[in-house]
Write a protein that binds this ligand. Structure first.
Ligand code: 3UK
Length: 515
């Protein structure tokens, strides 16, 4: 399938609405709170579309969603997309200053926020330049804030679709880099059916009888695609969970209750489940037929451990927000544990040296990818865009090599970025946080493998005169990081040193500290 196979006027709400002709009464979405058929989802989407139009939301305008995974996240997303606006799925783990940046950068005038996350925006709300309306799901906000349920209650359940161009933008996700603010990544309507077909249907082999569930959240394109778009593209159902997925018991209880056939997770999620001694005795996983891992590379030891304990295969594939989803992947019946598999048909990849010449098989180089689901640029980031979107090719920042049988193996990053539990952590951000503590003079943060061979942040810290190293101070620094940043960014180990390795120009040589 190619983008040009889609009609010129295409709106991604089609991925929901094509189900209305043959399976309107099938349950589309299972959650602990609500169970909705495709028809019920479509009706609520239409009501939201009307309600948004009443708030004067126009084609091309950003609308924010800040909520744990729930039915309202999904209906809001499609409501926004159907009227030709742009859905900004915001990371629920971010701190107020980061949400503030995203609200300003996207110029969202309307934010749909879950009551549980209202405190995250309270401190920044009054200084907003663009934000005018805050719609609250599952509770009440300030006086005058529309309450989601009441906001849509009297709106009609019919709404014509806005005839967007297939290349119009419909979603904006933010992804963090080594330095500077997060980068806004826009995707077009066409990217949704394309990735669903190229990877979801063609590689993973999704079927109408499937039921998807996963740890990656809906605000992350790994989750949007895997647990929502791809299943609905083939008429399958999805299971959503609002509880934090980093607690393995939450995941396992949901699997037991809603019996999904497919499970998406990051390697840490599989490691956490494997760490439970009584996994098989305590939980019934028999509904699962296949598992998927992405976000960071899946060590072969975890692949084999999972296979031994559950009998299930894990499909590891590398994806990115820039490409929307997975573009190199293992596939059912063709898996090389530890590798990322082979290029997904529809994408071309190259491994090149610093002069952009192809390297020989077995040699490590920079991974480039070309495909029709790539974003065109980073929003408001001209220089970073020029370095990443090079003609038709996307510079991934990943180091890779190809073995003699054509499988691709991840060999680290060309920047210092860390993937922790499948989510970006910038060492620079953790270092600046540590340095802002009164006892810390300097710090360097690098990736360090844990017991499951997964990378976690480790901090080398030089203390200011008058402060002595102690376990107590280590704990204080970790607590301090948790307070200032999303919790997953905290260092898991702290080592006090008297100085840091530096270049002649004073730049920290993080590579010398990796081990
Ligand atoms: C790394 C992997 C080795 C790699 C994502 C699936 O992770 C996703 O998107 P992000 O934009 O990060 C992209 C970067 O993460 N990575 C992802 N998967 C793997 N490294 N093996 C893997 N299997 O550095 C890549 O450049 O956060 C993953 C689907 C959608 C996504 N957005």
């Amino acid at each position: 399938m190619k983008a040009s196979d889609l009609p010129l006027n295409y709106n991604a709400v089609n991925i929901l609405e094509h189900n209305l002709t043959s399976r309107a009464d099938k349950v589309a979405l299972y959650t602990a709170e609500r169970e909705l058929t495709f028809r019920q989802v479509a009706d609520e989407v239409n009501q939201i579309g009307h309600a948004l139009k009443k708030l004067d939301v126009h084609v091309g305008e950003s609308v924010g969603i800040l909520s744990p995974d729930c039915a309202e996240w999904v209906t809001s997303f499609f409501g926004i997309v159907k009227i030709g606006a742009v859905s900004v799925g915001m990371n629920t783990l971010l701190k107020p200053h980061e949400l503030n940046y995203i609200l300003n950068d996207s110029k969202a005038r309307v934010l749909i926020v879950h009551a549980a996350l209202l405190p995250s925006i309270e401190s920044i709300r009054d200084s907003q330049e663009f934000l005018k309306h805050v719609v609250v799901i599952g509770g009440r906000g300030r006086e005058g804030d529309p309450v989601f349920k009441e906001w849509i209650k009297n709106e009609p359940a019919e709404l014509g679709v806005t005839p967007t161009h297939r290349d119009d933008f419909c979603s904006l996700n933010y992804s963090s880099g080594t330095t500077g603010e997060p980068k806004g990544i826009l995707h077009a309507h066409k990217d949704y059916p394309l990735t669903a077909q190229l990877w979801g249907a063609n590689v993973l082999g999704l079927k109408e009888s499937d039921r998807a569930f996963g740890a990656p959240r809906l605000f992350f394109t790994f989750g949007t695609g895997g647990v929502l778009i791809f299943p609905w593209y083939v008429g399958a159902s999805t299971v959503l969970m609002s509880a934090p997925p980093r607690i393995a018991a939450n995941m396992l209880e949901t699997i037991q209750r809603f019996k999904p056939t497919l499970l998406y997770n990051a390697p840490t999620g599989y490691a956490a489940m494997l760490a439970m001694e009584d996994l098989k005795e305590k939980y019934d996983l028999s509904s699962l037929r296949l598992c998927v891992s992405a976000g960071e590379s899946l060590p072969a030891s975890i692949w084999h451990g999972w296979k031994e304990r559950t009998g299930l295969d894990i499909i590891d594939g590398i994806g990115s927000t820039e490409n929307f989803h997975i573009f190199i992947s293992n596939r059912p019946g063709d898996i090389r544990p530890g590798s990322s598999g082979k290029p997904v048909p529809g994408y071309e990849v190259r491994i090149v040296d610093e002069a952009f010449n192809d390297v020989a098989d077995g040699e490590v180089g920079n991974l480039l990818v070309k495909g029709e689901t790539a974003s065109l640029s980073y929003l408001h980031q001209y220089e970073k865009s020029r370095k990443t979107f090079i003609g038709e090719w996307l510079f991934t920042g990943d180091k890779y090599y190809k073995d003699k049988d054509g499988y691709y193996w991840h060999a680290g990053r060309s920047d210092d970025m860390l993937k922790v539990g499948g989510i970006w952590v910038s060492p620079v951000e953790v270092e600046s946080t540590l340095i802002s503590h009164p006892a810390v003079l300097e710090s360097a943060v690098v990736g360090h493998p844990d017991a499951s061979n997964l990378i976690k942040p480790k901090a080398f810290v030089v203390l200011k005169d008058g402060h002595a190293p102690s376990d107590e101070l280590k704990n204080t620094l970790v607590e301090y990081c948790k307070e200032k940043m999303a919790e997953y960014k905290r260092p898991r180990w702290i080592e006090f040193v008297s100085e840091l390795p530096k270049t002649a120009t004073g730049k920290i040589q993080r590579f010398k500290l990796r081990g």
